[in-house]
Design a protein around this ligand. Structure first.
Ligand SMILES: Nc1ncnc2c1ncn2[C@@H]1O[C@H](COP(=O)(O)OP(=O)(O)OP(=O)(O)O)[C@@H](O)[C@H]1O
Ligand SMILES: [Mg+2]
Length: 320
């Protein structure tokens, strides 16, 4: 157990934006993703979740740091090796409509990766496409239709089929259900879980809704302004959040039980999330942190293990 499939080390992705300024979307994140697990990645809008996911599957080239997939350093690959990696690492996108080409049939969409990677030809290819459609709860009757002929939930199933077509072992699911009706969100989550068991898949599951990730993730990483603030097993994060940012996020999660809800103090953070172009010195959270002290304003805290399997990046959290 806990065999590492992907190791992310001090990964950075910077963009050059207007005026030649540097926007630090992902600013030195480190974590391991274990084989067969779901690692949740949560944080507010703009904190760098999608950029992290896209950089890990190499849709973006990293500005710095390393991605190690099964002992291979992905940043140092030639073209052929990179193509090989992209076969193993796939992505499911938030908006199933925008991410599917409206002029392609389902067969073309699902078959594209099969062709790029030369996996099946002719009848075998068609047979494989039917198999995948059935695997994701669609049927062969859907094969010649276009994306607009489907409901949102079905479209996301096409997105899942496309990702699965080339038999990856790692999938970044970037808010795969946020754009869907609440009534069908659970169906897609259950589909992803079933597929994980059946195909031994490893997921990086991106979301900004904490209650959602708890349900699907084995462990959860909390991101703020391009950095990982806390990372631990999912139940532990909910029962024992240590970082003041996680505590604030957690206090915003609605609790169905009104008694508990009333007893729980809601933490309102001061100010707005700073811009990733003008990142604060020291801890990125210090300007909004209720417990920050002098050291927090000068030195950025490293992510370190304070309890077994529980990592936190905060000067104020002491090892017991
Ligand atoms: N291609 C790009 N060029 C320039 N800046 C970018 C680009 N992509 C993302 N950014 C910026 O990087 C930061 C992180 O964006 P990202 O989309 O990764 O955040 P996110 O956590 O996925 O947010 P959301 O929850 O809204 O999807 C933001 O400030 C965003 O404006
Ligand atoms: Mg995003």
């Amino acid at each position: 157990m806990n065999e590492t499939l992907i190791s992310v080390r001090d990964l950075k992705k910077y963009f050059t934006v207007r005026g030649g300024k540097t926007l630090k979307a992902v600013d030195g994140i480190s974590f391991d993703i274990h084989k067969g697990e779901t690692l949740g990645l949560v944080g507010e809008s703009g904190c760098g979740k999608s950029t992290a996911g896209r950089t890990i599957v190499r849709l973006y080239e990293a500005t710095g740091g390393e991605i190690i997939y099964k002992d291979t350093n992905i940043n140092k690959l030639n073209k052929k090796q990179l193509k090989d990696y992209t076969r193993h690492a796939q992505m499911i996108f938030q908006d199933p409509y925008a991410s599917l080409n409206p002029r392609m049939t389902v067969t073309d969409i699902v078959g594209e990766g099969i062709d790029i990677h030369n996996l099946y030809k002719g009848m075998e290819r068609q047979k494989r496409i039917y198999e995948i459609l059935e695997l994701v709860g669609l049927s062969r009757e859907h094969a010649n239709r276009f994306p607009h002929e489907f409901s949102g939930g079905q479209r996301q199933r096409i997105g899942v089929a496309r990702a699965l077509a080339i038999e990856p072992d790692f999938i970044v699911a970037d808010e795969p259900i946020s754009a869907l009706d609440v009534s069908i969100q659970a169906q897609v989550v259950n589909l992803l879980k079933d597929l994980q068991d059946e195909l031994d898949l490893t997921y990086l599951f991106i979301a900004h809704d904490l209650s959602m990730v708890k349900h699907i993730s084995d462990r959860v990483a909390v991101m703020y302004l391009g950095s990982i603030m806390e990372l631990t097993e999912s139940n532990e994060l909910y029962d024992n959040p240590l970082h003041p940012y996680t505590k604030a996020l957690m206090s915003a999660v609605p609790i169905p039980d009104p008694d508990i809800s009333r007893a729980k103090k809601r933490i309102i953070l001061q100010g707005d999330v700073p811009s990733p172009i003008d990142v604060p010195t020291g801890c990125k959270f210090q300007g909004r942190c209720p417990i920050a002290e002098d050291i927090c304003r000068v030195e950025e805290p490293a992510l370190r293990e304070v309890l077994p399997g529980h990592e936190v990046a905060c000067h104020m959290v002491k090892k017991p």
